[in-house]
Design a protein around this ligand. Structure first.
Ligand SMILES: *Cc1c(COP(=O)(O)O)cnc(C)c1O
Length: 299
């Protein structure tokens, strides 16, 4: 299965050209940045492994991608969650519904720290399982993200971008794994923003993966504090505007673009090319979009 070499499209954005790396189109089953982050595991020989174990939110994009990975590798998936709302149980949708269809085992546990719980209580009895941290926040993710970086380098060469200051890479962060390994493997500046926690949390994540701060992306400031997964009118408006050209996700990308707007206001350079990384997540929109449509009926 081909899941590298995504295309790059050009769209008009804020009256300028914006290039978009379409990792949402990597392959039908396995796409977005999770496909890049899990690429190492896809290629790895699973000879003595019969199960993947991870954890996170029951609506996480990673749950869906883990389910696909398990199916492609012909192993089971045990995915631990803190809580599944009764609404979601009765109305499965989005990543949760797709993961169930792919036979994911989604297990509710009452634990303050799920990772500790898994490491102490589950892994000692699972000799043939591979454990992957929440959202693929692991060193192995670099393998697939380096391939993404190499694709960007080749594209820049083909487009005659020689000055390393004349190309900027933009992508929003959750754990920061994708943006960090991109910056580590690229000489162009990587611009990101923190979507899940605050900027300090994101820096902490960067440090956990790599102490060398010259490998850390630039964090674009946010206008205000946003809570991950909450609905914001400006997010929805951004989504609708972008959707005229390309559909982006509703959790990370609207904030990525809002921060990028502020960045451009201060730093816009006519000779610079801007490449936004589309990290997928469209299946998550199946559950986010109805919520937005209900809340902002009149838009
Ligand atoms: C997981 C995800 C992210 C965050 O990626 P990190 O590597 O954790 O920073 C961003 N966008 C989408 C669509 C995702 O699914």
């Amino acid at each position: 299965m081909k899941c590298t070499n995504s295309p790059i499209n050009k769209i008009k954005y804020n009256n300028m050209n914006l290039y978009v790396k379409r990792d949402d189109l990597l392959s039908k089953e396995f796409s977005g940045n999770k496909a890049r982050k899990f690429y190492y595991f896809l290629k790895q020989d699973f000879k003595n492994i019969n199960k993947i174990i991870s954890y996170g939110s029951p609506q996480a994009n990673s749950l869906y991608s883990f389910s696909q990975l398990a199916k492609l590798k012909d192993v089971k998936l045990d995915f631990y969650v803190n809580h599944i709302s009764s609404y979601l149980k009765e109305n499965p949708q989005g990543n949760y519904a797709h993961a169930l269809k792919l036979a994911a085992n989604i297990i509710e546990v009452d634990a303050d720290n799920i990772q500790d719980f898994i490491e102490d209580k589950i892994l000692p009895n699972e000799k043939n399982a591979i454990f992957i941290e929440e959202g693929g926040r692991v060193k192995e993710a670099e393998y697939g993200i380096k391939i993404l970086a190499d694709e960007i380098l080749l594209w820049a060469e083909d487009n005659n971008i020689k000055d390393t200051k004349k190309l900027k890479i933009i992508l929003p962060s959750g754990t920061g794994t994708t943006s960090l390994f991109l910056q580590k493997n690229l000489k162009y500046e990587v611009l990101t923003c923190s979507c899940v926690g605050d900027d300090e949390y994101l820096k902490f994540q960067f440090n956990k993966l790599d102490k060398n701060i010259s490998n850390h992306p630039t964090i674009m400031p946010k206008r205000k504090k946003y809570h991950f997964g909450k609905l914001y009118k400006e997010f929805y408006l951004k989504y609708l505007l972008l959707k005229k050209d390309i559909e982006f996700d509703l959790l990370y990308d609207p904030l990525g673009f809002l921060c990028f707007d502020d960045y451009l206001e201060k730093n816009h350079d006519n000779d610079c090319s801007y490449l936004y990384i589309h990290q997928g997540g469209i299946i998550g929109n199946e559950s986010m979009l109805p919520r937005y449509e209900r809340k902002y009926k009149d838009i």
